[in-house]
Design a protein around this ligand. Structure first.
Ligand SMILES: Nc1ncnc2c1ncn2[C@@H]1O[C@H](COP(=O)(O)OP(=O)(O)OP(=O)(O)O)[C@@H](O)[C@H]1O
Length: 265
């Protein structure tokens, strides 16, 4: 009897592994595809932007990539480790800022970062010293003893990012890190992330702000309706135009607000 064909398990990346490799990720909710076969390589040391319209599948993709949401098909590799076969090893390599951060907000900012460090296996003196360094770097030193529940939305993003950085991950996966963040804090976060990549770390960030992605990222992928429409270096993808113009060309969608004539006075 002929042997059964091996199941079509997604092949791990060959050669030196990318920081993050997505292979054939698929997810449907109630029979509707949210992510429709996403494959992507995020090179080590890159600052990678993931852009797409509302509902494109960015959060769903990043949730599957970080072990938060089980894919219907496909998998993700962090520096060659399969996130779904060896989640503990993969998660040790990653710092994650999920969408709609839910934090232990009855802790102070300092306690939250310290706690995150201890959970990641750091000894208390190291976690404590890093918590203080991170609070200073994010401009939160004065709010170190304030409960996170009393932080503003932007401060909450910053403390969550600090907690994701405390164990010096190799890969940072950030879902909308600039949402609710003022321009000065955004510049502060950008400079911390740029230093992180200059030191060999890798960042993948989802955002709607094309201008920011164009200035900040060296690579970008455009996602719409659960598929990657274009991916590569920012210059390759924008092809001589601004990223925003290219994004609109690729994604299309409604332009003028036709049908709203009743709004005109
Ligand atoms: N838990 C869920 N249950 C049902 N549908 C979901 C769920 N999560 C996401 N979806 C649907 O999957 C699709 C992709 O959503 P997703 O949140 O990944 O998009 P996104 O690109 O992150 O959007 P946005 O930019 O608005 O945050 C949407 O149609 C959304 O309604």
């Amino acid at each position: 009897m002929a042997g059964r064909l091996p199941s079509a398990a997604p092949a791990p990346p060959a050669g030196a592994p990318p920081a993050l490799a997505l292979r054939g990720l698929v997810k449907a909710f109630d029979g509707k595809l949210a992510v429709d076969g996403v494959s992507l390589d995020v090179p080590v040391g890159s600052f990678y932007g993931l852009v797409g319209p509302n509902g494109a599948g960015k959060t769903t993709t990043l949730s599957m990539a970080t072990g938060l949401l089980r894919p219907d098909a496909g998998t993700a590799y962090v520096l060659g480790t399969d996130v779904w076969k060896d989640p503990i090893t993969a998660k040790r390599l990653m710092g994650v800022l999920p969408d709609g951060v839910r934090l232990f907000d009855r802790l102070s900012g300092e306690q939250l970062i310290l706690y995150s460090g201890l959970l990641h296996g750091l000894d208390r003196p190291t976690a404590s010293a890093r918590a203080r360094d991170l609070l200073a770097a994010f401009g939160l030193a004065d709010a170190a003893s304030t409960l996170v529940v009393d932080y503003s939305a932007g401060m909450t993003k910053k403390v969550a990012l600090a907690a994701a950085l405390v164990d010096a991950p190799r890969l940072l996966v950030l879902d909308e890190p600039f949402e609710s963040v003022d321009p000065i804090s955004a510049a502060n976060i950008r400079s911390i992330l740029t230093d992180f990549t200059a030191g060999g770390g890798t960042v993948i960030v989802s955002s709607h702000v094309m201008d920011l992605v164009q200035r900040m990222c060296d690579h970008v992928a455009v996602v719409a309706a659960g598929r990657i429409l274009a991916a590569g270096t920012v210059d390759q993808v924008r092809a001589g135009e601004s990223l925003e113009e290219r994004f609109v060309q690729l994604v299309g969608g409604p332009g003028k607000s036709e049908g709203l004539t009743w709004l005109h006075t």
